[in-house]
Design a protein around this ligand. Sequence first.
Ligand code: ADP
Ligand code: MG
Length: 291
Amino acid sequence: MESVCAGNRTGGSNPLASAMPKNRCSILLRDKMNEEIIQIKGLTKRYGYGDTESFALKDFDLTIRRGEFIMIMGPSGCGKTTLLNIIGLLDRATSGEYILNGEDVAGISSRRKARLRAKKIGFIFQNYNLIQDLSVLENVALPLVYINRPRTVRLKNASDTLRRFHLQEREYYLPSQLSGGQQQRVAIARAIVSDPEIILADEPTGNLDSRASIAVMEELKSIHEEGNTIIMVTHNPALTVYATRVINMLDGQINTDIKTVADQNLPQKIEVKRTRGKAKRSRKSNKGRKN
Ligand code: ADP
Ligand code: MG
């Protein structure tokens, strides 16, 4: 931990630090660069018993560092979605160890799991999974219900996030009134509105044409550049140019695992926390988000 008052560790001057009176400086920077955010050991997911027994994941090991952009590829049925769902606390393994942010999540209560999920993880799905009866704004605001934000704050944060995606004029549309690419960008806005640090995306461009795919990938790229960790499943090898690591799975196991960017070159996420007064977070590069 390091105080902002002592200067930004990356060398530049920190606007938050200079804006604050020195004797009241209560903001701490936490640089968690390269921290192992996910540790999975010997994970197995079994379906059925006896004759019908099959394994979606088998003795699976994986360590993920903060700031990685991982693309997971592999043939249909090799366990990609199962892995993502377990990482996202939507599913549980039959056996094995899963440590998320230093916490063993295997045995925690479902209430704690739901809270962790709401705070730490944003999901993006192939078919967008927007609620059709809710407006775009209400869809994006939804995750903030689970972390108990008041309605006015929810709508303000959702609107700010939609602005980042140039969708603020569509706030009161229903999802069905948007194109597929726009719906997926709304889904990305929903995934990041609660400021999670892990984004899970299961074939997010699977239903999109190449132009809309690139728009979605550029959004994910900018979210990654802010130091967030992204784990994305794709069938499209062309998209691996965005990744810092490409994992190929086969039959519930890792077949190949190739890092294209060294750990020390991963983008840094800087968390700013007030130790006194109201909690506030900021990003090194927030690009108009939540300002
Ligand atoms: P992928 O996303 O790589 O296509 P999945 O993770 O969806 O693969 O599935 C991995 C394997 O687990 C597949 O063989 C699939 O049939 C099996 N599977 C997934 N969900 C279930 C389930 N609820 N019951 C039985 N088998 C399942
Ligand atoms: Mg799948």
